[in-house]
Design a protein around this ligand. Structure first.
Ligand SMILES: [Zn+2]
Length: 170
């Protein structure tokens, strides 16, 4: 037992989730992060069923993807496109910590802190894009190219609303 025992109520989780969502708004603590995909071939969405005739999302959850949604609403991962890279590069907004002292140790992995690494926090909907990216630059800084140091880890308070990703400088 600790003084915190019992305080993590559903309401507490909801307040916490809203607070983190606010931090991750495009103009809050986040910076522009440019994902570079190695291929111009379409990367199909791993969260919804494709409509092969319309060549876009059928707006039906595929039962295996990271972000379940109601049938006939817009897939939160591909936003209804059915694939996630319309271009070779794409800018997303994430909170990025370059100083290991501030890293969240929220997931299951214990993080070692070598130099030249960064940690990003974003909504879990972006994890498919991150997984498929060859490299990333932060804040438009072309002189520092980072690559994935492991798959994004989905985390949250009793849910998986967020993705924490480790990056290493090339
Ligand atoms: Zn989709």
């Amino acid at each position: 037992m600790s003084i915190f025992t019992g305080i993590i109520s559903q309401q507490f989780k909801e307040i916490y989730r809203q607070a983190i969502d606010a931090l991750l708004e495009d103009n809050a603590l986040t910076i522009p992060c440019t994902l570079k995909y190695g291929s111009t071939k379409p990367i199909y969405c791993d969260n919804c069923e494709m409509d092969p005739i319309a060549n876009r999302s059928s707006n039906i959850y595929n039962n295996t993807g990271p972000n379940p949604f109601e049938d006939n609403t817009i897939c939160p991962v591909c936003l209804g496109k059915g694939f996630i890279n319309s271009n070779n590069t794409e800018t997303i907004y994430m909170a990025v910590l370059f100083n290991g002292a501030g890293w969240l140790q929220w997931g299951s992995k214990t993080v070692q802190i070598p130099d030249g690494m960064a940690q990003s926090i974003c909504k879990s909907e972006l994890s498919s894009r991150i997984k498929n990216a060859d490299s990333i630059i932060f804040n438009g800084d072309e002189s520092n190219v980072y690559t994935l140091a492991g798959d994004p880890e989905l985390v949250g308070l009793g849910d998986t609303n967020y993705a924490i990703t480790m990056w290493k400088r090339q």
